[in-house]
Write a protein that binds this ligand. Structure first.
Ligand SMILES: Cc1cc2nc3c(=O)[nH]c(=O)nc-3n(C[C@H](O)[C@H](O)[C@H](O)COP(=O)(O)OP(=O)(O)OC[C@H]3O[C@@H](n4cnc5c(N)ncnc54)[C@H](O)[C@@H]3O)c2cc1C
Length: 415
């Protein structure tokens, strides 16, 4: 390290916490600021999976043909609150435009390059801080209800395999060995995804990474940043009460809320909030040794310390719109079709806002305008998966060393 600088990290989700730890671990002074305690926003209630094989972007040729069917079912995997359509429409157009054959390949390659790093980066961060007990390396199962559903997704798994993340179709007997409680439909297909890992509690993981940063000297500030400014001499953040916070370097890791501040420094990007829901069952009455993903119904069942988490669905609505917890409740019925003995007593529900880029690729970038500003947001469905890698890359960029991969696909000005 060449110099010790004061870095202000805005956002204490998984991404910001990992940035804070890496920056303090490489010798900088760090202030981590968030309006809520570490890991209490989107990073709190996700499906808890490190899912490196999921490199294929969410927009792909023909996706628009599926949308009307999804939208006809208000409790289906995807919904739009129609009165919020004017807000989401510009993003939707960019999203559909990103789904050309060449766009898909470019995004998948960019994601794969990051995804190949995540296991080592999480290992390093967790081992260094005595936190390896929070991670399980057991792979995951993906269930398709019918051979037809699997056939429809064959291209996706072929592309994943081509980019280094192969999966294997299981024989019926093998499913029973790996997940005795699971009863997939008789005519279904089950894949084993060997590269997947999961954490026993994503909220605890993020809070623990933030604690590790504080233990190493980072300062915590619970406040809202209302404005930011950068000059060659440093960065200034305005707090809600009008007070100013000065630093040498700014890292913007504010998840789905990042555009409000990115627009003050450089420009906004095509990102929207793609809401997801969970129901966590503290006494599910069934055991799953590893995450099970329903490829047909787009949700995940993950065994966690707090219980069995059922997570997924996609809903487009303004950032400040009230949650619709019917979307969380419906997951219990869906899960019962795979786990007939599932018990729902004491269930808790939650909604989170995925920071979703039109091309499904995160922004991990130096500012094109300001030498002391860095961006780390837009991780969509994979902020937990890519958090440690993003934190390490941001710290490398701040130190001026090569992060080990071409950063062009992740630049904020790539659009
Ligand atoms: C249902 C669901 C399931 C998911 N499953 C998975 C999964 O299995 N694996 C996976 O990898 N990912 C998953 N994700 C995605 C993952 O949760 C997100 O990508 C990740 O949490 C984003 O982390 P983040 O740190 O960027 O954002 P956040 O966790 O949202 O943190 C951003 C923080 O910035 C703060 N902030 C914003 N603006 C300001 C401001 N002006 N001043 C102060 N603070 C501010 C917010 O309060 C927030 O705490 C899932 C998401 C959902 C919703």
């Amino acid at each position: 390290m060449t110099d010790r600088r004061h870095c202000l990290v805005i956002g204490a989700g998984t991404v910001g916490a990992c940035c804070a730890w890496h920056l303090v671990a490489t010798g900088h002074t760090v202030t981590l600021v968030d309006r809520v305690p570490p890991g209490q926003s989107t990073s709190y209630g996700n499906a808890a999976c490190l899912s490196p094989s999921q490199v294929v972007p969410h927009s792909y040729p023909g996706v628009w043909k599926k949308v009307p069917g999804w939208l006809r079912d208000p409790m289906g995997p995807l919904t739009i609150r129609w009165r919020h359509l004017p807000w989401v429409a510009p993003w939707l157009l960019r999203f559909l435009a990103a789904g050309s054959a060449s766009g898909v390949r470019a995004s998948a390659q960019a994601q794969a390059r990051l995804m190949h790093l995540v296991a080592d980066d999480w290992d390093h961060l967790l081992e260094h801080n005595g936190l390896t007990h929070l991670l399980r390396s057991r792979g995951a199962l993906m269930v398709y209800d019918t051979a037809h559903d699997h056939e429809q997704e064959r291209w996706r798994h072929a592309l994943e395999a081509e980019l280094g993340f192969g999966s294997r179709q299981l024989a019926p007997g093998e499913v029973g060995d790996l997940a005795p409680a699971l009863s997939p439909p008789g005519e279904g297909v089950v894949l084993h995804l060997p590269h997947w890992q999961h954490t026993v509690d994503p909220a605890r993981l993020t809070a623990s990474v933030a604690e590790a940063a504080f233990g190493a000297g980072a300062r915590w500030l619970q406040d809202t940043i209302t404005n930011v400014r950068a000059t060659p001499d440093g960065v200034t953040a305005l707090l809600e009460d009008g007070a100013r916070l000065q630093a040498d370097v700014l890292v913007l890791a504010a998840g789905a809320w990042s555009n409000a501040l990115a627009g003050r420094l450089d420009h906004t990007v095509p990102m929207t909030a793609k809401r997801g829901y969970h129901t966590t069952l503290p006494a599910p009455g069934v055991e799953l040794g590893m995450p099970v993903i329903s490829g047909s119904r787009s949700f995940v069942m993950t065994p966690l310390d707090p219980g069995l988490r059922l997570a997924g669905t996609a809903e487009f609505a303004r950032l400040d719109a009230a949650p619709d917890y019917r979307r969380a409740k419906v997951l219990v019925e869906r899960a019962r079709s795979y786990l007939p003995d599932l018990r729902a007593e004491g269930a808790t529900e939650w909604m989170g806002q995925r920071p979703m880029m039109a091309d499904s690729v995160p922004v991990i970038s130096a500012s094109p305008r300001h030498a002391n500003v860095y961006y780390a947001f837009g991780h969509g469905h994979y902020g937990l998966t890519q958090g440690a890698t993003t934190g390490r890359i941001v710290a490398d960029m701040v130190r001026g060393i090569d992060p080990g991969l071409d950063m062009a696909p992740y630049r904020i000005d790539r659009f």
